[in-house]
Design a binder for this molecule. Structure first.
Ligand code: GAP
Length: 425
């Protein structure tokens, strides 16, 4: 884990938040490469679950919602974790995450566990008071439920269909930690799939399989994933069945993603609290009912962390991130063999400019060529292109593959097509 944290800082994937002021515990900023990785994960997810499907639409909703939403959804009451306090140092912990001894001072006495609500509170407008209280969303799901009627009216989707969204969520976690695994501000990718009640088991299994497919897209070997049935009592208040997808992290086997059968809990409550008709009317039979919901949910920061951990490898004297090329921040790096030969630099720059019209491309002319290869391996760049003296005569270059380190000679005019074939299929 330390190796990933240090690579992330060293190469510009993730920095400690507010670092010049001594940081802010458990807050992290994505640097240039981390931003590309995160965007690539989001885009791949959106393409897979929204754009390539006929039964899915997307929304992008406000982070601060009317407080009544969170009363109706049960979050103001139920969205809590058990909290204990060390009787000696008064440090507070999530009860299920301390094991008899205070991690801060070693004391063995804690207060009785009590429920702590983890919705993040804020105030709207210039007066701070009960009436001005609002919450930063603790999940995106509620935006999909409160917009259900709008989507029905404007998209003409028929059940079964889904609504997907990506964006920030906030939780006042008692014990954040493990780098970007658990933070108070994080990114979610969620979808709510609306179905008929009698078909819930079929769709649950369907989405369980879809989630496995996505995990493979993320470049994660399913051997490292454990699908855990969450027993009653440990499930979220809205769920009748939950399966967690747990990954073998260096700090233990923990939840990567979750799949829940939310029944008609949310729409039913929003109908009750808002007084609006949130029923679906079958256009063929005229039948009216509140749909049931299957919800696959995906933490984006956990996706990035897991992709990094899974792809990290050390081979002899090189570090390689064997990322799925679709996720790699740079797809190609272009080098002139020697930085002090203007004709090589000129041709390499021309190739760099041409390729940049199609892909994220890096240019590097520092140090020796071996070091440049290693530097790209460490950030997961799948292909390197080297321009040498033969290139000037024969209009060709060397393409070097990150994983095999094999090199092949290819014509410059064919490069765009070659990389499109390699990267887009
Ligand atoms: N709408 C359902 C829902 O929010 P959840 O299991 O509470 O379910 C969804 O959260 C996903 O968000 C988790 O599977 C995990 O990937 C991610 N996640 C949850 N809490 C997080 C945190 N504090 N920091 C980073 N990611 C988190």
């Amino acid at each position: 884990m330390e190796k990933i944290v240090s690579l992330c800082k060293r190469r510009g994937f993730v920095y400690p938040g507010s670092e010049i002021y001594g940081g802010l515990a458990n807050s992290w900023d994505y640097g240039p490469l981390g931003t590309e990785l995160k965007n690539n994960i989001q885009q791949l997810w959106w393409k897979r679950f929204v754009q390539s499907r006929d039964d899915m639409v997307g929304i992008d909703a406000a982070i601060i919602m009317n407080s009544k939403v969170w009363n109706a959804s049960g979050h103001t009451k139920e969205f809590s974790d058990p909290l204990v306090e060390c009787k000696k140092c008064h440090e507070r912990f999530r009860a299920d995450q301390v094991d008899k001894v205070c991690p801060n001072c070693g004391n063995k006495e804690f207060t009785e566990s009590r429920q702590f609500n983890i919705l993040m509170k804020t105030f709207i407008g210039p007066v701070e008071g009960e009436k001005a209280v609002a919450y930063l969303r603790g999940e995106i799901a509620q935006a999909m439920f409160v917009n259900f009627k709008n989507i029905l009216d404007t998209s003409r989707k028929k059940i079964p269909f889904g609504i997907a969204s990506q964006g920030k969520a906030f939780r006042n976690e008692i014990t954040p930690g493990n780098f970007i695994f658990r933070t108070r501000e994080f990114n979610l990718m969620e979808l709510e799939y609306f179905i008929r009640e009698k078909e819930w088991e079929k769709w649950f299994e369907y989405w369980q399989k879809e989630m496995r497919g996505w995990i493979e897209d993320l470049g994660v070997n399913l051997k490292h994933i454990h699908e855990i049935e969450i027993p009653e009592g440990e499930r979220a208040h809205y769920s009748k069945r939950t399966v967690d997808f747990e990954y073998e992290y260096p700090f233990g086997q923990k939840e990567l993603y979750g799949l829940a059968y939310r029944t008609d809990f949310d729409l039913k409550n929003h109908e009750k609290f808002s007084g609006q008709n949130l029923r679906y009317k079958d256009p063929d039979t005229g039948e009216e009912f509140i749909p049931h919901v299957i919800e696959p949910t995906f933490g984006l920061d956990r996706s990035a962390l897991t992709a990094l951990l899974e792809s990290y490898s050390e081979e002899k004297d090189r570090i390689v991130l064997k990322l799925n090329p679709k996720l790699a921040p740079y797809k190609v790096a272009v080098f002139p063999l020697l930085a002090n030969k203007p004709e090589l630099v000129k041709l390499a720059k021309k190739i760099y400019d041409d390729l940049r019209q199609h892909f994220m491309v890096a240019f590097d002319d520092r140090g020796n060529i071996g070091k440049r290869y290693y530097s790209q391996d460490e950030i997961g760049t799948p292909y390197c292109v080297t321009v040498d003296f033969d290139s000037l005569k024969k209009n060709d270059v060397t393409i070097r593959d990150r994983d095999t380190t094999k090199q092949e000679r290819k014509k410059i005019k064919d490069l765009v097509k070659i990389f499109k074939d390699k990267l887009e299929n």
